[in-house]
Design a protein around this ligand. Structure first.
Ligand code: NDP
Length: 486
């Protein structure tokens, strides 16, 4: 763990192992943090806040720039560490580390450049100024699918705004987050400004919820856990940003560039082994292009090489845990039991070399019942249901028939159609002719049960501030409020 800038053990000395999902070998062990450890980190962050929040924004900006430089200089080692604990191919791991650096650079450039205004009261008595103040100590609770980039989505804007952090990584991916936090201190972040406490969500995470010194929880993970976080945060009315699950629709119209859409569907569903909150999770095809699209897509999917992410030429690593693999399998089986047909038969690979890992060959299903679990719940793995629709209106209606609303995409050459669909799909982002790619400058977040608040973009910075209004009466104009009121 990293507390007050120093590597630390749990107060009781307990540890737990982190396994490589491709081999089940132990990568390392990390401290099994307790509530006392979390309290220690919260206290360190509370002290550090007094200094960090008062630093001029230009200094915070310089530290963030230095962090991005140091992280980039260590990309190879960090990417290796990420692949070992998470399973993703090295190329994807590199891109994730670089995305952390990009996010730091983006917010380093944003602070100190905000616009402000002084506005007269409508009564003419004076004026008001709206300023922004940081919130205090933030608890960042992270998932295992993008342990590093999603830490960046939280700490970069939060630090830019003057907050300090206690980060709680997912228990299956804590190692690279600790390494990144160590580098942040090396880059000049004052000790205690970002602390990392490893340990069970039900212990370390719950302390972040229960502790009155934590002003905000920034969480990415499952919708059910998000509900618990809302409940747990209610006692002290903590600020919240919740990035939860998704069941993202991709709509391919009859005028789409089909070659591009086939690539987009493969990228969108199978990157990170299908374990992205905005992975394409339901594919809707117009009737007239369905047959041709399905044929090309099936050919494409069959070329996906599954294996250990450390090896060259691997496109898709293992599913992160055995539990997750079983969830995906049960969703595919449920769809098949309701009459779904295998367009590409997926499942556990036959290759004996892969038997130790949680590997799963991509599965593509047609004729899927709209009530199948894979259509109704979040499928967090490499299995994709395809649905054929008659037109855009049916596609939009089906796309919205879900409790989720995170991402979505529409593929067409017709700008009117694209705009019509984008305005009607109930999701935080609609990509037009693009797979789901998050960008530092674009706000990201969900509608409906996919959460609330936004990360990234200027909105992402706003969620790390309180708005403060300062009302100033002009001298001699205060008579209207003289007491008693007549
Ligand atoms: P969780 O939501 O359980 O875990 C996310 C984080 O929350 C982890 O750091 C976890 O800690 C922590 N946590 C768990 N319980 C609590 C609690 N009571 N208080 C505070 N923090 C807590 O996700 P899972 O890892 O269990 O994944 C389950 C499913 O969630 C996936 O199948 C997928 O559908 C979805 N998911 C969605 C993601 C997204 O980006 N939208 C990302 C990851 C998962 P710990 O690891 O110690 O349990």
């Amino acid at each position: 763990m990293l507390i007050e800038g120093q590597l630390a053990d749990a107060e009781n000395g307990e540890k737990f192992n982190v396994a490589n999902p491709a081999t089940q070998e132990i990568v390392d062990s990390v401290p099994k943090g307790t509530r006392e450890d979390a309290k220690r980190a919260i206290d360190a962050a509370t002290e550090a806040y007094k200094i960090w929040s008062e630093k001029p924004s230009i200094e915070r900006s310089r530290v963030l720039l230095k962090i991005s430089e140091v992280v980039r200089a260590n990309v190879e080692g960090l990417a290796l560490s990420l692949t070992l604990e998470q399973g993703k191919p090295l190329g994807e791991a590199r891109s994730e580390i670089n995305s952390f650096a990009n996010t730091c650079e983006y917010y380093a450039g944003l602070i100190g450049r905000e616009r402000g205004a002084q506005t007269p009261f409508s009564t003419g008595e004076g004026f008001f100024i709206v300023t922004k103040r940081p919130l205090g100590v933030v608890g960042a609770i992270l998932p295992w699918n993008f342990p590093v980039s999603l830490m960046g989505w939280k700490v970069a804007p939060g630090l830019a705004a003057g907050n300090t952090f206690v980060v709680k990584p997912a228990s299956t991916t804590p190692i690279t987050d600790i390494k990144v936090a160590e580098l942040m201190v090396k880059a000049g972040l004052p000790p205690g400004t970002v602390n990392v406490v490893t340990g069970p969500g039900g212990v370390v995470g719950e302390e972040l919820l229960d502790n009155p010194k934590v002003a905000k929880i920034a969480f990415t993970g499952e919708t059910a856990t998000g509900r618990r976080i809302m409940e747990g945060s209610a006692k002290y009315i903590k600020r919240l940003t919740l990035e939860l699950g998704g069941s993202d629709p991709m709509i391919v119209c009859d005028d789409a560039d089909l070659e591009l859409a086939v690539e987009g569907a493969a990228w969108g569903r199978f990157r990170n082994c299908g374990q992205s909150c905005t992975s394409v999770k339901r594919l809707f095809l117009f009737e007239s292009i369905a047959e041709g699209f399905i044929k090309s897509f099936a050919e494409k999917v069959k070329t996906i090489k599954v294996g250990n992410g450390l090896e060259k030429g691997i496109h898709m690593g293992p599913i992160h845990t055995e539990e997750q693999r079983e969830k995906v399998e049960s969703m595919v089986e449920d769809a098949e039991s309701r009459g779904a047909k295998d367009i590409v038969k997926g499942g556990r690979p036959e290759d004996k070399e892969l038997a130790r890992g949680n590997f799963y060959v991509p599965s593509v299903l047609g004729d899927v019942d709209y009530d199948a679990k894979i259509a109704r719940e979040e499928c967090f793995g490499p299995a994709l249901p395809i649905f054929v629709v008659k037109d855009l209106e049916e596609a939009i209606e089906r796309a919205n028939d879900t409790p989720y609303g995170l991402g979505s995409s529409v593929w067409t050459k017709d700008v009117e159609r694209a705009y019509h669909a984008a305005e009607r799909i109930q999701a935080g982002t609609t990509w037009v002719n693009s797979p789901p790619i998050a960008r530092a400058e674009v706000p990201f977040g969900g509608f409906k049960q996919s959460g609330f608040g936004r990360e990234l973009g200027i909105e992402g910075l706003d969620h790390y501030y309180e708005t403060k209004s300062i009302q100033i009466l002009e001298y001699g104009k205060g008579k209207k409020w003289a007491f008693p009121i007549s």
